[in-house]
Design a protein around this ligand. Structure first.
Ligand SMILES: [Zn+2]
Length: 176
């Protein structure tokens, strides 16, 4: 049976602990402690410390999962926003080419029919068709701002969970 010389986590006394032990009771101060096996390194830890680590570790795991879920939710929102924008832009292109043809045909027909009087007729035509174009631009803006409004609270949650994950990972690194 291999025996390790360790330091009691409570009183600091040099103690001898069997390799296979999971719990150790200090022969000097009597404190029950956990024998932590981390690879080849064996150390004694206060039970309270370990419980805290477990709690923080559970929080880290929960936050890690929350981060994955939130990032996934954002990706879904962005995907549906992009699909909506693509549809709106395709509709806008169709509108614009319809307006273009309408304009060319309208101008030609007006000049043929009204001569110089075609100028106010074309003006009225442009004023009427103008209403089509901003409606699409407005829909695009509203789609974008709706997505931003949905994503903003998720980003706040991500920031909070990221703090927990970073704090734990930093702690884990510094205790190595
Ligand atoms: Zn002790």
């Amino acid at each position: 049976m291999k025996v390790f010389s360790l330091i009691c986590a409570c009183c600091g006394a040099a103690v001898e602990v069997e390799e296979s032990a999971n719990l150790y009771k200090c022969s000097y101060c009597g404190a029950q402690q956990v024998v932590e096996h981390s690879g080849d390194v064996i150390s004694l830890k206060k039970i309270e410390t370990l419980l805290d680590d477990v709690k923080v570790g559970a929080n880290r795991a929960a936050s890690g999962l929350a981060l994955q879920r939130l990032l996934n939710d954002i990706a879904i929102i962005e995907k549906s926003r992009d699909q909506e924008l693509a549809q709106l832009k395709a509709a806008d292109d169709q509108n614009n080419s319809a307006v273009g043809w309408f304009f060319i045909i309208g101008v030609t027909a007006s000049i043929i029919m009204f001569g110089w009087w075609s100028i106010p007729v074309i003006g009225a035509g442009v004023a009427l068709t103008w209403k089509w174009i901003p409606s699409v631009a407005q829909k695009i803006r509203s789609t974008e701002s709706k997505a931003i409004a949905k994503i903003a609270p998720l980003k706040e949650q991500i920031a909070r969970h990221q703090v927990i994950v970073d704090a734990y990972d930093m702690g884990a690194k510094s205790s190595d």
